[in-house]
Design a protein around this ligand. Sequence first.
Ligand SMILES: Cc1cc2nc3c(=O)[nH]c(=O)nc-3n(C[C@H](O)[C@H](O)[C@H](O)COP(=O)(O)OP(=O)(O)OC[C@H]3O[C@@H](n4cnc5c(N)ncnc54)[C@H](O)[C@@H]3O)c2cc1C
Length: 468
Amino acid sequence: MNGSDSPEPFIHPDRVRRLNDRPWQPGRYVLYWMQQAQRAHDNPALSFACGQGRRLGLPVVVVFALLRRYPEATLRHFRFMLEGLAETAQTLSTVGIPFVVRWGEPQAVVQDLASDAAGIVCDRAYLPPLAAWRTALAESAPCAVWQVETELVVPADVASARLEVAARTLRPRLLRHLPEHLEAAAQAPVQSGEPPALAGESLADLDGLCRGIDADRTPGPVTRFLAGGRAGAERALARFMGTALDGYAARRRHPEAAAVSHLSPYLQYGQISAQRIAAMITARPGTADADRDAFLDELIVRRELAHNFTLRHPAWDRHEGVPAWARETLARHAADPRPHVYGLAQLEAAATHDAYWNAAMTEARLTGYMHNHLRMYWGKKILEWSPDAETAHAHCLALNNRYFLDGLSPNSYANVGWIFGLHDRPWPERPVFGTVRYMNAAGLERKCDIGAYVAGVGRLAADDMKAS
Ligand SMILES: Cc1cc2nc3c(=O)[nH]c(=O)nc-3n(C[C@H](O)[C@H](O)[C@H](O)COP(=O)(O)OP(=O)(O)OC[C@H]3O[C@@H](n4cnc5c(N)ncnc54)[C@H](O)[C@@H]3O)c2cc1C
């Protein structure tokens, strides 16, 4: 980066990377291609674009390429995303920044606006297909393309240049860099000039847009708890800080208490910034160290470990991404007798012999969410009840990505991998699992009030029946 290109002073230089060596060109606007960070506030990529607009005396235009279909995504995911985008459009319009939403592949949609752009700014994504969009754009764009880290608290390349084997190896690296990345100032977008009028889809009619989506329509949108967008994310954060952060270290293992943040879907669509959440939690007065540290460990260490995995492992979405020791031990136990074997349809219908598991699957079907402690049990049982580990891995990932609103994220691939030994260590050997960690119903009964959880899901299901 050279001096005249330097970003806003509050954007850490480590968050900014130039993706090609083309210069800024004469243009009508600075173009921000929004993809991962679908928010107007606390978005360093948008702030960087606004800073460049100010420097060049040009307005900023934000573009979003709306796909009609995306692998595995259902109407549930699209609806949540569109709700957030509608709110982002409104916020941007209040500061005079056009939000141009067009149907199509990013490459084509962005390319169409690139010829009038002085330069292009994009955010960063950690799934290889999404990263590939950025590489292709940088190659084909006629102007400078900059990428700004918007997703992580500590940028991935700063934290570690290698594939990390466990949280314990990444944690000290993250903690070393955390102080300089925690002091993120709140960022609001500022427009610098008169933008051109550009055609795009209106986000006023979400039902109409949903009709244009060519995705599986079941599972449908969830309206019960989570509406997409910044307001919902801020409400979830405020509720968590007000009612559940105190005691989080102990109560996060109690699914019946729901004493967790429910922020994961908002994080998945970039509707809230992880940096902002971390800064708010850190600044909250009176939080016990144990509660704050436990939460930040999930938000930063576990989450960034997942991003390290999808960034650095070529088999990020396959069973081959699981470490060799785990695949070997599972293969050695492939022929072990399995008292219960279920196919995808039975699992999906929550029709197993296990009431706890069925309740967890039902929660996911109805709400798009499942508590972390139950996700672990849920995944371990899929491994136990499948004919082999590869099939179990595929089924677990398929259900995860189909039903969870936070599915299809780096967390999805890394945590499903964890079921099969990723980021974990060998445990005492037993049937089917070999030395991969095992979980059983007695553990749930010992550690939480699983009966209260099952009853709660039962009430949800009954309400759902009444409403339909
Ligand atoms: C089998 C399995 C599948 C999972 N699939 C997903 C998934 O598809 N998408 C997803 O976002 N998370 C997934 N997780 C991780 C975790 O369960 C969820 O992030 C968490 O339950 C989200 O709820 P919350 O926001 O209320 O969490 P909180 O406890 O409030 O945690 C705050 C944030 O920390 C992060 N976090 C928490 N636990 C983890 C973890 N184990 N790994 C990475 N980040 C974490 C999340 O971003 C979360 O929003 C999975 C876990 C398992 C065991």
